[in-house]
Each structure stands twice: as C-alpha cells, then as structure tokens.
Write a protein that binds this ligand. Structure first.
Ligand SMILES: Nc1ccn([C@@H]2O[C@H](COP(=O)(O)OP(=O)(O)OP(=O)(O)O)[C@@H](O)[C@H]2O)c(=O)n1
Ligand SMILES: C[C@](O)(CO)[C@H](O)COP(=O)(O)O
Length: 232
C-alpha cells in the first residue's frame, strides 16, 4: 500500500475566538493547541508524513515546535490562503509523490481519537472517501431570513461533520481542481468530493473531537485534555 499523509491546516485567524493570539497557538494544559494536534498524528504509526499549513508570520515558530516537540514526521510547513479550502490546496501540493491516501485535519481539533482516525483511513482505502462525524443531539430547524421556522429535518439523518477527512489522494486532487475551475468554495473537503460525484462515507466518532472555535470551548478543551485524551 502507498504512504499515508496528513495535511493539518492552521492558517486561520480565529476571529470567533476574539483572542489577540490566533487560537491554534493558545495554550491548553502545558502546550499550544496546535502542538497537541501535531503530537496526536506523530504518535499514530500509520502516518508517514505531516504537512503543516500556517500563516506567513507563523512559519518560524512552527519550525521551533517541530524541534522542541520532536515532530519527526513533519515533511514541510507551507503558507495557507484566504479560506480553509485554499489552505488545504496548498498543503496538498506539498505532499510527497509517494502519498496515496491523505487525511485532512483542522489544527484546532486536538482530541480526535486514534482508533477513529484509523477507522476513517481504512474506510477511505476501501471506498475512496470517509469523514468522522457524530449524530446531532439537538433538534435542528431551517429558519428563514425573517426568523420563522420553515421546516424540521428528520434528526436521524443529521450528522455533525468533523475532521480528519480521509481520501484517496488522486480523488481529492481532482475534486479540488474541479472546485477551483468552478469557483466553488466549501467549508469542508467532503463537500468538494460530494459535488465531484463520489460518495463520501461517514464514520461515527465521539463528542470529544471538538473544533476549538469560540471562548467557551476553552474550558471544555482543558477538561478533555486532562480527563479523556491522556487515557487513550
Ligand atoms: N484560511 C484559513 C482558514 C482556516 N484554516 C484552518 O481551518 C481550521 C478550521 O477553521 P476554523 O475553526 O473556522 O478556524 P478560523 O478560520 O481560524 O476561525 P474563524 O472562522 O473564527 O476566523 C483551523 O485549524 C484553521 O486554522 C486555515 O488553515 N486557513
Ligand atoms: C472542516 C470542519 O471542521 C468540519 O466540521 C468545518 O467545516 C470547518 O468549518 P469552519 O467554518 O472553518 O469552522
């Protein structure tokens, strides 16, 4: 089997966090959020290469993290773009040629479960495309611009999509090329593969795989770091 690479995107501004420092560099426990994420993939034996995508002003400190935290699988650090999709595209370009399957992961999701990551990768090897996700716990409504509820989708078909998202590399590259040609920008990688016409499979994960997005996620992240993920 070919090699497995992961593109970790960490070039966002974190505007919803409203912190001076970009959220991926905020401390959780004894290290920055991004370092937790890098260490997670460094520990997974199946991962051969890590490509890290960050902002132009953050490349130097990411290099320092790699040395200080022994991220020996780090293949390259590249500068991202204006939207998450553009950052992923830059990361894909930097993968070495021998990579056959790729995981795309948010730098601000430090608590993905290793078994779930492996399961997602296996499903992508089998089918071409798979993502981690959890069933939604709330009742979700479609609300119009006047604030009136228009419909209530059946909750049994609603899933909150996470990362990593795993793909056959050639499929993801083709989906990215098509999106670029069409001027389409999506909020995750699966959307691009969906519109390319290839089924994307959902692999059930857990509710600890949070994306650290707003200030109230931080105490929850501290708790998960202390009480859950140390025990995997
Ligand atoms: N141009 C961008 C935008 C986002 N990301 C990354 O994509 C992941 C998920 O995005 P999100 O949580 O939305 O991060 P931000 O875009 O930084 O947050 P916000 O939307 O609040 O500004 C993050 O790891 C973020 O750094 C990126 O690499 N490049
Ligand atoms: C990729 C993602 O984390 C899946 O839930 C999410 O779509 C990122 O979206 P955001 O708009 O960048 O928060």
């Amino acid at each position: 089997m070919g090699k497995l690479g992961v593109v970790i995107v960490a070039a966002g501004k974190g505007s919803r966090m409203r912190s001076v420092e970009s959220k991926q560099f905020l401390q959780v426990g004894d290290k920055p959020i991004l370092v937790h994420t890098l260490e997670l993939f460094q520990r997974i034996g199946a991962i051969d290469f890590i490509v890290l995508v960050t902002g132009p002003d953050d490349v130097a400190r990411c290099r320092q993290y790699a040395v200080r935290y022994h991220i020996s699988k780090l293949h390259s650090i590249v500068v991202g773009g204006a939207e998450r999709q553009h950052s992923v595209r830059e990361g894909l370009k930097a993968l070495p040629p021998e990579v056959e399957h790729v995981l795309v992961h948010d730098g601000v999701r430090p608590f993905a479960n290793t078994k779930d990551i492996i399961h997602c990768w296996s499903k992508a090897v089998e089918t071409g495309a798979a993502v981690l996700a959890v069933p939604v716990k709330d009742t979700i409504k479609i609300v119009d611009e006047t604030g009136v509820i228009r419909s209530t989708p059946d909750r049994r078909s609603l899933w909150a999509i996470q990362t990593p998202q795993a793909f056959r590399r050639s499929l993801l590259e083709q989906a990215y090329e098509q999106a670029e040609r069409d001027g389409f920008v999506g909020t995750d990688d699966a959307m691009l593969v969906e519109r390319f016409g290839t089924p994307v499979h959902v692999v059930q994960s857990d509710y600890y795989n949070i994306k650290i997005t707003t200030p109230e996620d931080l105490p929850w992240a501290e708790w998960i770091a202390q009480n859950v993920r140390g025990e995997d």
